[in-house]
Design a protein around this ligand. Structure first.
Ligand code: DON
Length: 310
């Protein structure tokens, strides 16, 4: 193992140790009952770099529910499929509201503020449902290819739990449908959305699968173009301004990296020109962001001087 990798490995282990007791400061999501059964003291971090390093510490190979991190993959797929016309149906502004808020959607006539709040991701799910003959399979295939792992799959317990408790998401979809901003059947759109949220992955797989966003749209391992450089820039911009929901301003202020959280406790952060950090710890703060996950990303970003605002 080369020295840089050993140094990074040591740093990640030290950061995890420093966070060991902080999981008590958050609460595991229980509004989807299948998420509530995850052990709160699991935690891991992985860093993948565009020059081929992959380093991890703690529970970085333990699979968890990716939840809203799936919104990043969905957005890239939708942009690739329908191009700039997506921006006529969803905006690129922070919402300043909780991730599942319905309040703005009524006054803004069914046009979601951005593609990474729930309303926006449901809109993206409509695009995928309408433009792929089997959008769920297309989604899974896309993720499996990016992660280089054919075994990535959907957690059916989480999926069923989401369907059963997804009334607010159903309300968002119906409201957009009433404004003419949903083409497919609401039931099909929600089924796609809940499916992509229910995919299980670990930190190492997530960090590697998003490397193209740190490398102007090109997967550095295969040199395949996953999206255009312009769209990688746009996705990163949206993650910077909205990826941490109503805490995006604070995250930009204190960390300075594009990021996306999920209520499964995962957090991915893109470091353009360097790589991807993925941290996981299930207990969340009241914004729906992982407490320890944020601390871990903040610490490594500071230690390595990774902020994009330097
Ligand atoms: O829509 C939901 O309720 C979930 N399936 C996903 C939400 C989520 O992860 C929000 N992120 N922090």
């Amino acid at each position: 193992m080369n020295k840089n990798i050993i140094d990074l490995q040591g740093k990640l282990e030290a950061l995890l140790l420093a966070q060991r007791d902080n999981f008590h400061q958050g609460k595991v999501a229980d509004y989807i009952p299948a998420l509530a059964v995850v052990k709160p003291d699991l935690m891991g971090i992985s860093v993948a770099t565009i020059d081929g390093k992959v380093v991890g510490a703690g529970d970085y190979q333990h699979a968890f529910s990716i939840q809203s991190i799936s919104k990043v993959f969905g957005l890239v797929m939708a942009i690739n499929r329908i191009g700039d016309s997506i921006w006529q149906r969803v905006r690129m502004e922070p919402s300043g509201q909780p991730f599942n808020s319905i309040i703005q959607l009524q006054s803004e006539k069914g046009i979601p503020r951005n593609p990474v709040i729930n309303a926006g991701a449901i809109l993206v799910s409509d695009i995928l449902t309408s433009h792929f003959s089997s959008s769920k399979l297309a989604f899974l295939t896309f993720i499996r290819k990016l992660a280089g792992n054919e075994n990535i799959s959907i957690d059916n317990q989480v999926y069923l739990s989401e369907v059963k408790h997804g009334h607010l998401n159903a309300a968002l979809a119906h409201l957009m449908k009433s404004f003419g901003n949903i083409d497919s059947k609401v039931q099909d759109v929600l089924s796609h959305y809940f499916t992509q949220c229910s995919i299980s992955m670990n930190c190492e797989q997530l960090a590697q699968s998003l490397l193209f966003l740190a490398n102007k749209g090109i997967d550095p391992r295969t040199e395949k173009v996953i999206c255009s450089a312009r769209d990688a820039h746009r996705v990163n911009a949206i993650l910077s301004t909205s990826g941490m929901y109503d805490q995006s301003g604070e995250f930009a202020f204190s960390v300075g990296l594009p990021a996306k959280s999920g209520v499964g406790g995962g957090l991915i952060s893109i470091v353009p020109g360097y790589g991807v950090i993925c941290a996981w710890s299930p207990p969340l703060n009241h914004y729906g962001n992982s407490v320890v996950g944020m601390n871990l990303v903040a610490s490594i970003a500071e230690e390595l001087g990774l902020s994009i605002y330097h």
